[in-house]
Design a protein around this ligand. Structure first.
Ligand SMILES: Cc1cc2nc3c(=O)[nH]c(=O)nc-3n(C[C@H](O)[C@H](O)[C@H](O)COP(=O)(O)OP(=O)(O)OC[C@H]3O[C@@H](n4cnc5c(N)ncnc54)[C@H](O)[C@@H]3O)c2cc1C
Length: 529
């Protein structure tokens, strides 16, 4: 055995990079290995959703991301070349997040920003380093790696994070089934200039009898990321050129769009699959290794980023000895149902968008364009659409970690992302996302109450009293305990230290406090700095 390490992350795509960045923030230094020789230059995923931008903000990456990308505040829907509906994302989302738009940024940029963040924290990606095999055992796993000079090493690892993409070596090594299927239709992506009947700087969706075309605005004059499906007549070609596709696209837009020469053009098969398990022993699957689906809705990369955000704080608490390993069970319990729902939803959308059956054509070109503007007149429908696409609506209400005694009518329940609200010259996003849990005391709490809360678990809880903040439909006083990833862990309208302490121990699996032990451990000292 050559070496030991606490956490080995396999794969430096967006998911692995985010996992490493989050673990570093929580005081854990992982090894991050990547088979390829350097950062990817492919734009691949272009949609960075609002929830991901909120996380970037907590990481200090927001300004750089916003400088490099392009916000799309409106979605225009055309049916058979006629403008059918407009979805004003900016207007709908402005009270929900600081980022009320779909943000378009190439995956290569996102990966570079995350890579630079790692470098600032002193972590280097180990390029040209491949995981060849993995054996898991009760005390950890043994990973077989091949490094840049072809030298092989065996590494004893406490936990392994498989962020190694859709063809995951780790998933195969553990024999975890990847349940689902592969779409018959081929998908294409192209980065190019498009002119004609569409709005630059906005997301344009063309629905037609043959197919659909999604045009995401990118930085540059009339530059778009174009996505769609290859017509069946061309699907058999071994090497498809964009010039062969162009006449079909022009016909399906009824001459409304003119396409330039693509800078990047790629054709690929789309799968819809979810791993049967996201955790096996000491090994976790994240990102595309755990779930793949159609790119409809721009959710894939964002879901991987959030897998990493969900797991990192839990793993760090366990490795620092502050939580029982049982806490780690909540990763699969929280993330797998979400992935399953996502695959089902994108599957329905994708099937409607590409099928040539007369009923699907009718739905695509007549029913959807008729329905959308009418549905969007309803405030609840508008918010639902925005929250779903932006991933700000993701919640863990059914998680065993979510508890409390709020009335069912309370607008923010345990398991919800705590809403973005401005208060006292700051906002609620700025108060969370650190290494500790955040306890928000809303309304008029007495000095003695606050002292009691502050003394509860000072090494793990950061208490903020917000007397001026009240949530509509809520009693004036409420306590919200937020996890390090911003979701409500526990909520109550009463201060009951015994109940809170019991919750921390039995449901959140936090170990009894021992300030001296915690402070003397190198992890904890780093984490509290
Ligand atoms: C052409 C294309 C267009 C796409 N467009 C969109 C889009 O518009 N919106 C969207 O949300 N998603 C899109 N996606 C999907 C998106 O790119 C993925 O969801 C995202 O890359 C997943 O990130 P990941 O880090 O989980 O996996 P990956 O990005 O696949 O990264 C996995 C990494 O692991 C490395 N690796 C694999 N095996 C090993 C090993 N044994 N040892 C060491 N390293 C290993 C790989 O080299 C790779 O770098 C697109 C994908 C493609 C291919």
């Amino acid at each position: 055995m050559n070496a030991t390490t606490e956490v080995l992350i396999v794969g430096a795509g967006p998911t692995g990079l985010m996992a490493a960045a989050q673990l570093l923030r929580h005081g854990i230094r992982p090894r991050l290995i990547e088979r390829s020789g350097g950062p990817s230059v492919q734009t691949k995923a272009v949609a960075v959703q609002a929830r991901s931008l909120e996380i970037f903000r907590q990481m200090g990456l927001e300004a750089a991301a916003l400088r490099e990308g392009q916000p799309a505040e409106v979605v225009n829907i055309y049916a058979d070349n006629v403008s059918a509906a407009q979805v004003p994302l900016g207007l709908i989302g402005q009270a929900l997040t600081p980022y009320p738009y779909l943000f378009v940024l190439g995956q290569d940029h996102t990966e570079r920003l995350l890579g630079e963040d790692l470098a600032r924290h002193g972590l280097t990606v180990e390029w040209n380093t491949e995981l060849l095999g993995l054996e898991d055992g009760p005390g950890g796993a043994v990973a077989r790696l091949r490094g840049p000079e072809g030298r092989e090493e065996r590494v004893q690892v406490r936990y392994v994070l498989g962020a190694d993409g859709a063809r995951s070596t780790i998933r195969h090594a553990l024999g975890i089934p990847f349940e689902g299927g592969t779409y018959a239709r081929l998908f294409f992506v192209a980065d190019l200039e498009v002119r004609g009947k569409l709005r630059p700087g906005e997301l344009n969706l063309y629905l037609s009898r043959d197919t659909f075309q999604g045009l995401f605005p990118m930085r540059g004059d009339h530059r778009f990321r174009l996505v769609g499906v290859v017509p069946p007549e061309l699907a058999g070609r071994a090497q498809l050129e964009f010039s062969e596709l162009r006449p079909y696209l022009e016909r399906s837009s009824r001459g409304g769009l003119r396409y330039g020469e693509p800078r990047w053009f790629s054709v690929y098969r789309v799968h819809h699959r979810v791993a049967a398990r996201f955790r096996q022993g000491n090994v976790f699957l994240l990102g595309d290794a755990a779930h793949v689906h159609s790119p409809a809705g721009g959710q894939g990369m964002n879901t991987g980023l959030q897998d990493a955000y969900n797991l990192a704080w839990k793993l760090a608490l366990v490795l620092k000895g502050q939580a029982d390993p049982a806490l780690l069970d909540s990763y699969e319990a929280e993330r797998r149902p979400l992935a399953q729902r996502l695959v089902e939803t994108t599957d329905r959308f994708f099937t409607m968008a590409v099928q040539t059956h007369p009923l699907a054509v009718l739905a695509r070109t007549r029913v959807v364009p008729w329905l959308i503007p009418r549905a969007l007149r309803l405030e609840a429908a508008r918010r639902l659409v925005f929250k779903t696409v932006s991933q700000t609506g993701i919640h863990y209400r059914n998680s065993r970690l979510s508890a409390g005694d709020l009335p069912a009518s309370a607008p923010v329940q345990p398991g919800d992302r705590f809403p973005w609200l401005t208060v006292d010259g700051t906002d609620t996003l700025a108060l969370q996302g650190g290494q500790r849990f955040t306890l928000l005391a809303l309304g008029a709490w007495g000095r003695a109450d606050l002292t009691e809360l502050r003394e509860l678990r000072p090494e793990l809880l950061e208490v903020h009293h917000l007397p001026a903040l009240a949530l509509p439909g809520m009693p004036e006083c409420a306590l919200y305990l937020l996890r390090p990833d911003g979701y409500v862990a526990y909520a109550s309208t009463r201060l009951d230290p015994a109940a809170l302490r019991a919750y921390l121990g039995t449901q959140l699996h936090l170990r009894a406090s021992d300030a001296r032990t915690a402070l003397s451990s190198p992890h904890a000292a780093r984490a509290l700095r």
